[in-house]
Design a protein around this ligand. Sequence first.
Ligand code: WT7
Length: 656
Amino acid sequence: MSVESSKGPRAEIENLLMESRRFPPDPAFVARANATAALYEEAERDYVAFWERLARERISWYTPFDRTLEWDLPFAKWFTGGELNISYNCVDRHVERGLGDKVAYHWIGEPGDTRTLTYADLLRDVGKAANALKELGVRKGDRVAIYMPMIPELPIAMLACARIGAPHTVVFGGFSAEALAGRINDAEAKVLITADGGWRRGKAVGLKQHADDALVDTPSVESVLVVRRLGDAVYMLEGRDHWWHEVVERQPALCPPTPVESEHMLYLLYTSGTTAKPKGIVHTTAGYLVGTSFTHETIFDVKPDDVFWCAADIGWVTGHSYIVYGPLANATTSILYEGAPDTPAWDRWWRIVEDYKVTILYCAPTAIRAFMKQGEAWPQAHDLSSLRLLGSVGEPINPEAWLWYHEHVGGGKAPIVDTWWQTETGMILITPLPGVTTTKPGSATFPFPGVEADVVDGDGRSVPFGGGGYLVLKRPWPAMLRGIYGDPERYRQTYWSRFPGMYFTGDGAKRDDEGYFWLLGRVDDVMNVAGHRISTTEVESALVDHRSVAEAAVVGKSDAVTGQAIFAYVILKAGQEPSEALALQLREHVAHVIGPIARPRHLLFTPDLPKTRSGKIMRRLLRDLAEGRVLGDTTTLADAMVVDSIRAASGRGEDE
Ligand code: WT7
């Protein structure tokens, strides 16, 4: 598949090429910046020595490491021989050096309730939670699943796991019971930590109910810890379910951290790929800590008095790296907000920025476009002058959104860092360094110091500046995934087989004449909806799982707010009649099986699907049809009439 044909990045390229504005760093910012150009030079001289220095300086070790990198492609080990504990590095050491009263999290519940957690509070709460896990029989190496709303107990639970060397797997609270069960079973989690529910858009969302549905099918789970957030009555299974406030509260606060080896598994995080089965991405301890804490400090220019807000959900990698581990390792004060940006009104975020004097905001282009749509009056009604740096992540940011963000949120002066990375990369890899890099709206600019990225053609040859191709990574980095849980072959196959010796990101990219990287979206069958990866295959199998569906094909259709929206083509079984009601039912079915984020926005019943002579569905044509574009090359189409029959079917579906 060529990059050009992948989901219509052509228009985007033209658009980007017209964007010639550039934003050099402000001298006042440069004078105080954490990052300097010297980092690039140091890392280029010897990238292994560069990471070695950072690992020695930034981590408090029980046993110092003796080897920096063991690279047995595609398997990396960093800082071996060393022993550490990441919860000690994120909490205890700050308290020990007198920062106990410093705020770790300003938490804001959606209904307006608030809590403040200092580093001393965290130390106590993490110790208690860790002791509770021990009481429930959790030992070093046991997996713990976490399915929670954005409440302080979520990072506390993660740190408690890390404290005793138990890898966690956080499942986003928006996922369905089925998705949760699949992840628990793949990880064979011994304990599940959840809550009675959380608040979203003014509604109480019951999580325990989903958890109970999942637990019917999860033989590995022995105990469930339930945080009371809503206070509603929930079902508690005697002997299995325990209230957090009963079991955790009565524990001693002291729980000595368990030293673990550098490569000890810190967590598993499931992400979509091109098959229906999510991949359990393995992250380990020391390299991840170095990578997330150093990128956090340099890319966000974080100083001791900053108020940092990464507005992602902790259920995604962005939250793991830049709400929990990176910021805490740097003793940062962060905002943790439970709810939606439009509740009670579209200025909720701007109120928070004003009230807490937030200095750094990190969010996704889909949020920025949603704010743009509501108009600048919302941010204008608030004092946002505390903001001194803005970040973007999750998908390409279009220049219009970049400029709007710059002007209406950043007051025309805050630098913007457009950060490219993935669940697999663990840390930001392509990004400007504020105070160093001249930015161009829409470009993630350059690889982070020590990172080697390239744009290659189908044969793996580097494409000269000015051209586009596939984005690859050519050397290991400390926070990289260590594999797919339980499946080394799939790891090799997915990331390392397309271009021998290189990590294939699945993204298309181009470099301009000055070598700036411009990301062009996925080139595989993975959609990016509101900054999150959803596999077409996963949605298709959820549809086919419904008794009336014979076949389904799913593509991403451009969407002004969410980047892409899911467009499903459905062939019904004989005897089933297409109807709006059925379309609605099928969309709900997908939401039920995977979660509301995967609910198709558009659904079209069709008598047939365009296929090649060998029977492969031609998604490229389905994308063209969904976008209302002129069809691309149809020479390999087995039956040209099919396209007309799909066109004729348009209208026999249902849109959100
Ligand atoms: C995919 C990874 C890593 C945090 C959130 C998503 C896309 C991510 C950017 C960016 C263009 C981006 C890529 C990538 N992506 N950041 N700044 N510019 N595209 O994590 O769910 O693992 O998705 O998100 O397509 O491959 P994820």
